[in-house]
Structure formats: C-alpha cells, structure tokens
Design a protein around this ligand. Structure first.
Ligand code: IVH
Length: 688
C-alpha cells in the first residue's frame, strides 16, 4: 500500500466528517436540509468506503459509528462559573427613589443624580448561560437554581439568531482576536408571532395552550428532542459577558459590554440606553410603558443597571440579587368594556367555543374586540351575560380574557346566556362527553364548519404545509366544490384552479408546485395532518418514530401503540378507531392514488419489534456503552416494549453496565437488580 494513498484517504476522511455532521445537524436537528438526500448519501458512502478500505481511519466519533437518528439532549447538569442571580423589583417610581437612597448610602455619596445607568428592556423569557471556547459555542444552560442549570446546548443551537461562532474583536493595538473563553448571559424568548402560531396549532390539535410566550419558550427549550425545539422558533437577546482571555480585558462599563457583545456578533436588544440620574431612568420607564406594545416580543419591565462596573463589585449582592441593578415592573392593564353578545365557534374537532364579542377597547397597545370564554363552565363561573360591563385584561399581556363582571353596572333586564343545544352551523344536537369541558357537534362528516377547519389544518405549516393555501383559499375551494376532502388538494390542476375568482396563473402554478412537494412530507407531518382526535403535532411525531408508515400505524394494536411513552388508552383507542373508520380508509386510498407518500424512507424509520424478553421490563443504563450510544440503546429497548428509566429502584428489571459505571451499580446490587454487561444486553436485543 502506498503511504500517499493512506494519507490522501486520511485527509479526505477529515474533510468528510465535519461536512456530514453539519448536514446531519441541518437535517435531524433543524429539520432544514441544505442538500438533497442523494448528495448526503454520496458523502456518507464515500466515508464508509474509505473506512472499510483503511479500518485504522475509523474512530468511535465517526458519523458511520453513530447509530440512531434522533440526537437528544439528556439535560446533564452544568455548574455555572458565575452564579446566575435574579433581580430585585421596583413596583413603581417610589421604589426607584428608594433604590436611589440605598445607592447613596452604600456609595457614601449624595451625587447619585449624575451616575450613569443603562436601561434595558426586561425581556420576558428565561435566562440562559452560554460558553464560547475559541469562538465556538460549546455549552448552553438554563439558570436552574442559579448554581447548577440544565445543559440545553443542542436546543440552543437551533436558535437561528444565535451565532455558533463568534466574530473576532479588535484589540487596542489593532490586531483581531477571538476571546479564548467567554461566558455570556442572555434571555431566550419567543416572539409574539411565533407564540401565536404555536398556540393556534395547539388549539387546532385540541391540546392545552401555553399561557404566555415565556412558558412557551421555556417548554420549547426543555424539549428532549432538539427537532421539536427547532420547530418552535426561539429567539435570544444577550446582555452580559465575562471574558476569560489574557489579552482581552473585561470592559469597564456596562455600555462597553453591550458594544462588545455586538462586536462578537451576539444579538443585543437595540432599545437600551445610557442615561444619567434616576429622573432620566424614570423618563425611560414612562416612554417604554406605551412603546413596548409595538414590539414583537414581550417586555414586563425595564432592567436598570449601574454603568460603572467597578461599582458592581463594590456594591456586591445578596444571595438573591445584585445591588447594582433593579427590575422596574409595569403593572398589568385591566380595562372595563361592554360585552355586546356571545358568538359560538365550531372548531375542527367539533368543539363549540363561546367567544365574548366586546365593545372595542384598547389594552396593552392593541384594540381588543373578542375574548375567548373557553367553555360553558367558564360562562357559569363568571355569570357573564350579554350587555354586562366586564373587566378585560390580556393574560400574559397577549391573550384577551374576561376577568369578571362589574355587577353594579348590570342592567335590570339582563338575561343569562342561553347556551346552544344545537350546532350553530349544521343544527345537529350538541353532545358533551363524560369528562370533557366542551360541548361538541357530533356531525363530523357533515358539518361544514368542521370540514373547513379540518382542511385548513391539513394544509397548515406543521401538517402538510401546502404553502399559499390559507383560510381564504380553503373556503373558496370548499365552496366551489373543488375540494371535498383532504386528498382533493392533490387532484387540483391548472384549469380547475383558474375557475376560482381572483386566481392568477402564477399563483395557481405555485399552489400546484407546493401540493406536489407536500406529497413527499414525512409521516410525522401526515399523521399530524390527518387530524386524528387527541393526536397533536408532538404525538404525531412520536407515533411516526415507532410506526413509520400509514400501514404500520393503521394495523398496530392499541397495546402496541400504548408502548410509546405518553400514550394512554384514550390516545391508542382514538388512533385505532380513526384508522378503522370507513371515511379514513377511503381517504387513505385516495391519498395513495394521488401519489402521496404513505411511508417514511428506509433510513428514517425504526419499527416496533416487541420482544417477550423486554416487554414491560424496566431498564437503566450506567456507564458508557461501546457499541451504541445511550439514546439508541434506549430507543431499542422502547421499540421492544421495554421501559428506559434513569434511576435504579426496586422496580428496575435490569441494569445495563457499560464502561466506568456510576453509583447505580452498587445500588442495583444492594437491591438485587439483575446486572447485564453490554454484550449480554446486545444478545437480549438480538434475540428479538
Ligand atoms: S440582568 C444579575 N438584563 O429578568 C442580573 N436580566 O427578574 C441578571 N431579564 O433572571 C439579570 N431581561 O432572566 C438582566 N436585560 C436584562 C433582562 C434580564 C430579562 C430576566 C433575567 C433575570 C430576570 C430577573
């Protein structure tokens, strides 16, 4: 063998590995591939071939050695090098005066009136710690208890605006340098627009909504599967940096830190301002009281920080918060208006939702005309009647809600709400399930409202994502008779589309292109699109991991479906019944006829292989396995009907022991839990 052959192969392998990792990340984590599958396969196969020819080039880190497609975070613990504190609150201008007095005392000076303060918007999200080493984002963690947080690095990497690599900064002598290490602090949040999109989707799916963007951001960042985080479109603003570098000095002032963050390429909320004295601080707070409502992200106050960093050290901190900063909080707005009448909407699942139609009123920056009353029980609880004066606010500052009735202002002739007994659209008698909050229209296949809502859902972003087909077009398509069921979206052609009012050739062509592309969506999207009762986007995703084709899911028994974590009898029954329904069978046949993909491609799927040896058994893994990573091992256990858990108890059936096992081994031995070596574990899997 020529040395040059080997050297050439080595060089190529070193090029291929980061390339493949990058495309894997784009595909699996971001759900946003940059190259065609076939191009990816070419790169992968080239690497495989080189490693087969020169086995010495194969390392355990090679993408060819990493089985399993779902990268996951295990939320390991991260110790914060700089503790993450909270802030003291100022609930009004007087609290700011008191803070000024405290500063005067502590700084032994009466001239706080000239001190520099940086006023920043207080973003309502969750604080995050990031570490960059040699410019690379290596770790990101939640605040946790301030000392120890959760490692959410992979999830943070899905945030588009967060650089994975920092820019070099210019040193005083003109040289450029990337800091050796830098710890960043910032706030991860969700824009109001993304939050509304997520909640709309959840509402469509009949799932619980997030109360506000903060909860939604936090729930999204803590997903075990970064692909789910990536779908939630999080954002970040950064506001502090701790530099660890021999040549780059920590800035002297906070406004200089903000400039440094920008120079490093990190996103900084642009509204911050350096002001002098508490009176200018107050001006900033009043200015933003109104102005903040024009932003697409939620701010619940202003964070005020002394500009001079020497004073930060001098003032120190309590165990909860530093003395150099304070959070000025805006009070929530509650406004009175008149509830004119109640409208009853029928959703995709037939649920009837009462909605308060209000005399338009301005709250927290927007004009509010409607507020959901959720369900019958809520109307009873509030005892709200048409004509009542009601107090309205925005829950989480965004979603309008009726808080209470102003009874003193009730008209003498007011009448309680008459809750409809029949569907307001198709007049079918409404029904209410034993433990359900909503009354429902049972006319699933005949109620026009339900049909239209379902079709809107089918083409939606998280479902088949047929871009360009929105609410208005769905309505037109249904009214013209061109679309009667979901499969009809794939039977459209140019001539039929052009019969629609205001439809141009260009738009029609685009719709057809999009419909064609939608035929190839993965099963996770199709399962979400079908509108299976109780199956939202997340559940559809989980189902597709285990049953990567319509056939497999349709023929799975309720018991098999219940093997999936989080699936109870309600969901499994709902899925089984859905696929037995003649309407569903007809729809699936039609989808197949029009060439819609009903199966995930071979490498994307893992199918259930229930095994008696593993069924119902609980496994814990400790130490490092050589042959497969932990996630893959856990997936294989679950696919065979076993349970994977993280701590040993008397209910643990097996402890699988890899290299360098932890304290779990001793615990398992003390509890007489059966211990398996990696090889024994692999044998058990193979026996399936
Ligand atoms: S500074 C030790 N600046 O508000 C000081 N915090 O109520 C650390 N927050 O835990 C915080 N925007 O999660 C700072 N511009 C901003 C902020 C901000 C939002 C959050 C942060 C903090 C909480 C305190």
């Amino acid at each position: 063998m020529l040395a040059t052959d080997f050297e050439q192969a080595q060089k190529r392998v070193q090029e291929l590995i980061p390339k493949i990792e990058h495309h894997r990340f784009c595909y699996y984590v971001l759900d946003n591939p940059e190259i065609e599958d076939i191009e990816f396969d070419k790169l992968f196969n080239e690497l495989l071939e080189l490693e087969t020819k020169f086995p010495e080039l194969r390392t355990p880190e090679s993408p060819t050695q990493k089985v399993g497609t779902a990268p996951s975070t295990e939320f390991k613990q991260v110790h914060h090098r700089h503790p993450m504190l909270s802030l003291a609150n100022a609930m009004g201008a007087e609290d700011l005066d008191k803070w000024q007095e405290r500063l005067e005392k502590a700084l032994d000076s009466n001239d706080v009136s000239k001190l520099g303060f940086v006023c920043e918007l207080k973003i309502d999200g969750l604080s995050i710690a990031l570490t960059y080493k040699d410019g690379e984002l290596v770790e990101g963690a939640t605040r946790g208890n301030g000392e120890v947080g959760e490692d959410v690095t992979l999830n943070l990497k899905t945030i588009k605006s967060l650089p994975k690599k920092l820019n070099a900064i210019t040193l005083p002598d003109g040289r450029k340098k990337i800091p050796a290490e830098v710890d960043i602090r910032g706030e991860v949040f969700m824009s109001i627009q993304s939050f509304s999109e997520v909640n709309k989707q959840l509402e469509d799916d009949g799932e619980a909504l997030f109360a506000n963007p903060r909860n939604c951001a936090s729930g999204s960042l803590r997903q075990k599967d970064p692909r789910k985080t990536a779908k939630r479109k999080l954002s970040i603003w950064t506001y502090n940096a701790y530099i660890h570098d021999l040549e780059i000095e920590q800035p002297q002032s906070h406004h200089a830190t903000m400039n440094l963050l920008k120079e490093l390429g990190l996103p900084v909320e642009p509204s911050y301002k350096l002001v002098h004295g508490i009176s200018e601080v107050k001006e900033f707070c009043s200015l933003w009281d109104e102005k903040r409502h024009s932003l697409d992200y939620q701010t619940d106050g202003i964070v005020i920080k002394l500009d001079d960093l020497k004073l930060w050290d001098w003032l120190g901190a309590t165990s909860h918060s530093p003395r150099f900063a304070i959070a000025f909080k805006y009070p929530p707005e509650e406004i009175e208006t008149v509830l004119e009448y109640i409208e009853f909407d029928v959703g995709r699942t037939g649920a009837v939702t009462p909605c308060a139609m209000l005399k338009p009123v301005k709250i927290a920056g927007t004009t509010v005309k409607r507020a959901s009353l959720h369900n019958y029980d809520q109307i009873q609880r509030l005892d709200v009647r048409p004509g009542d004066t009601v107090v309205v606010r925005k829950a989480g500052e965004i979603i309008p809600e009726v808080l209470r009735v102003v009874i003193e202002k009730r008209q003498a002739n007011s009448e309680p709400v008459v809750y409809p007994t029949n569907c307001p659209i198709c007049d079918t008698a409404l029904v209410r399930g034993a433990d359900e909050a909503a009354f429902k229209c049972p006319n699933i296949h005949g109620c026009k409202a339900q049909i239209t809502r379902r079709l809107e859902h089918f083409v939606g972003k998280e479902a088949m994502n047929i871009d360009g087909v929105g609410e208005v077009l769905v309505k037109q398509l249904v009214e013209s008779g061109l679309v009667q069921d979901a499969a009809d979206f794939f039977s459209l052609d140019l001539d039929s589309l052009l019969t629609l009012e205001r439809m141009g050739k260009k738009s029609a062509e685009k719709i057809l292109q999009q419909a064609e592309a939608a035929k190839k969506r993965p099963m996770a999207n199709l399962f979400a699109a079908l509108g299976i009762p109780h199956v939202g986007v997340n559940m559809a995703f989980d189902l597709a991991q285990y049953f990567p084709s319509v056939d497999k899911l349709a023929s799975a028994s309720a018991e098999e479906i219940e093997k999936i974590e989080g699936v109870g009898p309600n969901i499994s029954r709902s899925v089984s019944e859905f696929f037995k329904n003649p309407q569903t069978i007809k729809l699936i046949e039609k989808l197949e006829k029009y060439g819609v993909n009903l199966e995930d491609s071979a490498d994307a799927k893992a199918s259930l292989k229930v095994s008696d040896a593993l069924l119902g058994k609980s496994f814990v893994i400790t130490g490092t396995l050589k042959g497969l990573d932990r996630l893959k091992a856990e997936t294989e256990i679950k696919l065979r009907g076993g349970k994977a858990s993280s701590s040993v108890s008397k209910n643990t059936s097996y402890l699988v022991v890899g290299e360098n096992p932890g304290s779990k081994l001793a615990k398992a031995e003390s509890l007489n839990v059966k211990v398996l070596s990696e090889d024994e574990f692999l044998e058990l899997l193979k026996a399936t």
